[in-house]
Design a binder for this molecule. Sequence first.
Ligand code: F0G
Length: 392
Amino acid sequence: MHLRCVNCNRRYEIDEVVYSCNCGGLLEVVIDLDKAKNVFDGRDITLWKYRSFLPVDERVSLREGGTPIYKLSDGVYLKNEGANPTGSFKDRGMTVGVSKAVELGMRKVICASTGNTAASLAAYSAKAGMKCYVLVPSGKVAVGKLSQAIIHGANIVQIKGNFDDALNIVLKASREIGAYILNSVNPFRLEGQKTAAFEIYDQLRFVPDTVILPVGNGGNISAIWKGFKEMEEAGIINKLPKMVGIQAEGASPLVRMFKEGGDFRPFERPETVATAIRIGNPVNWTKAIKAVRESNGLLESVTDDEILEAQEELASVHGIFVEPASAASLAGFKKLRKAGAIRRDEKVVLVATGHGLKDPDAVLRRSRPIISVNADANELIKILEEQRKPEH
Ligand code: F0G
């Protein structure tokens, strides 16, 4: 087991505290797949069931993974990552990332975040007894996420700038502060996140044709792709899905690159209602583009209105409340299916990355006024009858 640069293949030892190669390339963990166990029997699904694929011996766990998969319609499934302990897929990354921090003897951890990473790191570092620093873009973090980071005791700093500015500061300042970085540049975090692929196969008992997920920094799409590739390399599956990434139109540098070609160019002023993916300069862009190209997949963007409509549909038709960024999966699926880019007979898994309670304001801002009556049954009946009248 070792670390490898995805650009130049240079090798680093597994216990080096290093986040990128000397050439500037991103790192990935190379797992000894001959030691990986075929545990894919559809039973007792939790993240640590797949420990033979994971690069750590320590285990700081809040019982992550094992999230439900729902059938929305024929051939269309939704993996609800909002059912993780802190309400997002980040817990998969943090259980492994913080376990690695313990193995390395780190006492402090740090991240930049649009909210979910902060909430998750705050919880796992609390459990591990570590000091936690989180840098968030001022005024752009959903209230549920911020309150999680606060109650778990993180040291929170609001940066007068966006997420990209906050991450730049983390990358520059972590060594001085003496803190271990747990953003998705950390390859161990992505090792945890790849287990979503294992669970999809373990739960469905087949490999879907297409996996669709929202993309911000591009870590999760590359992690899930790695998970599928490792199952193939280990001889567990013999087919791979297409990876489809969805970005919000106002923060879609990867979609632009994918569609227009040319070099990668960041969005200077990313803007979207889906604050989780309000990212203009995705740190994992090379890995994300590689996942999409290797898998013969796609990148597509959706508008804020499409995102909010899909969020409402998931909640009001299927009973699943997700945060706006997560609804990008369904919004993108609908757009691509309409355009014929996804066939009607394809088996598709939509990944819903975070729970709706993370961002209650996004719902309240656009809800109709709620009726209010005196504590009187007759008054209630009268008002409900009046409300019904215009329909007839
Ligand atoms: N969905 C949600 C709910 C997220 O919180 C994020 C990222 C993504 C999707 C995108 O995943 O970055 O791996 O492409 N949130 C980060 C954070 C940036 O700080 O919580 P990605």
